[in-house]
Design a protein around this ligand. Structure first.
Ligand code: ATP
Length: 138
């Protein structure tokens, strides 16, 4: 790892979903807005939205999208660790499954009381986030 790159790791209760040794830029959707992390960034801990994480490697001319269901990002010593309840690399997302989850959530939202509605709205956000990462549509 050079001083111009950072190490990125996405961890869930199921284990490490994604790891990249030499990213040039990682874009996080935090609860305070979008945050770009490059090598030598000051140490931070941020709460994350249900969102897409963008990992850019300029040397390899690649960009990878990882969907996360919220959680936290911690950066120090050129190491960014994302901890989330669930995360998927865009290439591993089953779009049909996410579309079914979205439909289910929409039905629950229409039919439910407040507590259930919040749960269904969060499920809807997770499904729409996965669909967007693959298709560009929500
Ligand atoms: P579903 O109702 O389809 O299970 P969910 O939003 O309730 O969706 P989660 O509880 O966030 O699912 O995730 C459970 C597990 O399934 C996690 O390991 C997550 O990565 C995986 N997962 C969920 N949806 C998808 C999908 N559309 N494609 C691939 N993996 C998925």
């Amino acid at each position: 790892m050079s001083e111009h790159t950072l190490h990125v790791k996405v961890v869930t209760p199921n284990g490490v979903v994604f790891e990249h040794e030499a990213a040039s830029l990682v874009v996080l959707d935090t609860t305070n807005g979008e945050e770009g992390i490059m090598a030598q960034h000051a140490p931070i801990i941020s709460a994350l939205q249900i969102s897409e994480l963008k990992v850019i490697d300029e040397a390899a001319d690649s960009e990878e999208i990882i969907t996360i269901s919220g959680g936290f990002g911690e950066f120090s010593n050129n190491q960014l660790t994302i901890v989330s309840d669930s995360a998927e690399r865009a290439k591993d997302i089953d779009v049909e499954r996410a579309k079914k989850a979205k439909e289910r959530a929409e039905k629950h939202i229409a039919a439910s009381e407040t507590d259930d509605m919040v749960r269904a709205q969060t499920a809807l956000l997770r499904a729409a986030n996965r669909i967007h990462a693959v298709t560009g549509n929500k």
